[in-house]
Design a protein around this ligand. Structure first.
Ligand code: PHE
Length: 540
């Protein structure tokens, strides 16, 4: 409820300019450190642990570092700063931030909200599996055929199609994951997301570091690292390798999802955003490198134990986490210990990312409609949980997940990123005001280089990746699934979020929403500019 009590929370701060009640009720991070931890929590996810190592290995190994760094510096960090600028300047959820930046662009924000909803629905399932596998590690429940166990006994995967045969072993942990998400999200920005990040991120880093050190002591670890790092310089002349680097950076930094817009909107004015972006960007990449070392050391051990080449056991995604790792856990000394560290890390890394995608939706719903945080959290999470249980709790869940994931990443996230860069740079010419907002307080001045990267280099690079992906998909239907499944869960999912974006932008904002930017920086000296002595507390 919004009421006069908000005014007390912020004391004098309310007195100046446009600080509308909606500003006060949104919640905020208490410090820059909390924001950075939350942003790292979002960025470090399954993408770092199960995607990066294989992408690097496949695309030039040690030589991949070059395109990867180029992608990070020319598109990743610049776009991260664009997201920060949008949210921090406009102080709103993704749609409200776009609307405040320029009225006509609101739909882009809703498009991102739609993407986040879809991602939440299936990402939660992977988490549920990881929760089960953390427990399985103690008894090595998968026996001596991890692959047969995962597809058979555990997921009970049938033929491609959609079934309503629920799998109790998935439904139960999945419901639990949703319950935990609801608890954190109801607690709000600082007491929920902020506090969770302050506890979980240090635990994740320590647990993962122990895992990597342990993996390095395994026989064959060296061979694994050689396989990952031996550079294949010829790869650098292949466009596909560069495309892979840009794709990885985008997914891994959680940019283009609306997440960073939302989180940045909870950071108070006068915070150094560009400096924070560098910290987040490099921490995320550091974690990726660490994951590459840990994963390939373990794969090296697996290859040696079964007398094959590392290249034969290298994999990513579901295959790496739920087939290769269980096998490694069974063969390694102290297997249960390794298992708990690995699956526990997946759970924590995934959970902090999942919280961030759902927050995008909750924040947008709260900005649009008059709702308490608790009401909005339930209004978003319960339908998402139900869809999640229906589509992913059944024997056909794995197929749905695989298709939606592939299409939403390519024709959702990458597409909305390119479109928003072009719109912001050329249609509404927002870059000068965004750069100005970034430079309000900064340790790294954002100059013409940034605008050039956002307006020219990054969109060209991403458009190229996108067109390649598009042509590949046309040429060879993804994963050999039946056409109708690709039409519904692939193109359908990617398309419906666009339609949703446009329609949602037609719905009026709740009364009292100002589309003026609240409390805009342009330096106004004097007591008005002092930071709030205490953060806004969210009004439930
Ligand atoms: N950066 C995240 C990752 O690496 C991407 C992501 C964020 C995925 C939020 C899902 C939800 O996994």
């Amino acid at each position: 409820m919004v009421g006069p009590q908000n005014v007390h929370h912020t004391g004098g701060a309310v007195s100046h300019v446009d600080t509308t009640p909606s500003e006060e009720r949104r919640g905020a991070f208490t410090s820059r450190r909390v924001f950075i931890l939350a942003a790292i929590g979002s960025a470090v996810g399954l993408g770092n642990i199960w995607r990066f190592p294989y992408v690097a290995y496949e695309n030039g190994g040690g030589a991949f570092i070059l395109p990867y760094l180029v992608a990070l510096l020319t598109a990743g960090i610049p776009f991260l700063l664009l997201d920060y600028a949008l949210g921090h300047r406009n102080r709103g959820s993704a749609p409200l931030s776009f609307a405040r930046q320029s009225r006509g662009t609101e739909g882009l924000g809703w498009w991102q909200v739609g993407i986040c909803f879809m991602i939440a629905v299936y990402y939660a399932a992977v988490l549920a599996w990881a929760v089960r596998y953390t427990l399985f590690s103690f008894t090595e429940a998968w026996g001596d055929d991890a692959e047969a166990y995962f597809f058979g006994e555990f997921l009970q995967v049938g033929d491609p199609g959609v079934t309503m045969d629920f799998v109790a072993g998935v439904v139960f942990p999945l419901a639990l994951v949703w319950l935990a998400l609801i608890v954190v999200l109801v607690l709000g920005v600082q007491r929920g997301i902020g506090a969770m990040s302050m506890i979980f991120i240090p635990i994740l880093i320590v647990a993962f570091a122990v895992l990597v050190i342990y993996a390095l002591t395994l026989d064959g670890a060296g061979e694994g690292l050689n396989t990952l790092f031996t550079p294949n310089w010829d790869a650098l002349s292949e466009p596909g390798v560069w495309a892979a680097a840009y794709g990885q950076i985008f997914f891994s930094l959680s940019i283009g999802f609306g997440i960073m817009i939302t989180y940045a909107s909870y950071v108070r004015r006068g915070t150094d955003m560009p400096g924070s972006g560098l910290v987040v960007g490099f921490s995320n990449s550091g974690f990726e490198l660490l994951a590459g070392i840990g994963v390939f050391a373990a794969l090296g051990f697996m290859a040696q134990a079964s007398g094959v080449q590392v290249s034969e056991v290298a994999s990513s995604g579901v295959g790496l986490a739920f087939i290769a790792f269980p096998t490694i856990i069974s063969e390694a000394p102290l297997g249960a210990f390794l298992g708990v560290l690995f699956f526990g890390s997946l759970v924590i890394a995934g959970f902090t990312s999942l919280v961030s995608v759902i927050e995008v939706v909750i924040s947008a719903v709260r900005d649009k409609f008059e709702m308490t945080r608790r009401g909005a959290t339930l209004a978003v999470s319960i339908p998402a949980a139900i869809v999640s249980l229906i589509f992913l709790g059944t024997t056909s869940g794995l197929y749905v997940l695989d298709i939606v994931d592939n299409f939403i990443n390519k024709f959702g996230i990458l597409l909305v990123a390119v479109v928003s860069m072009v719109v912001l740079a050329y249609a509404v010419r927002a870059l000068p005001s965004l750069a100005e907002a970034l430079n309000d307080h900064t340790s790294v001045h954002v100059g013409a280089w940034w605008r050039a990267l956002i307006a020219v280099v990054a969109p060209i690079a991403l458009a190229y990746v996108l067109i390649r992906d598009f042509l590949d998909t046309l040429e060879e239907p993804y994963g050999g699934y039946p056409e109708w499944m690709l039409a519904v869960f692939g193109w359908g999912a990617a398309g419906i979020v666009i339609v949703f974006g446009f329609l949602a932008a037609l719905v009026p904002w709740r009364p009292g929403t100002s589309l003026e930017v609240p409390d805009l920086p342009p330096t106004r000296p004097g007591p008005d500019r002092t930071d709030r002595s205490r953060p806004d507390e969210e009004v439930r």
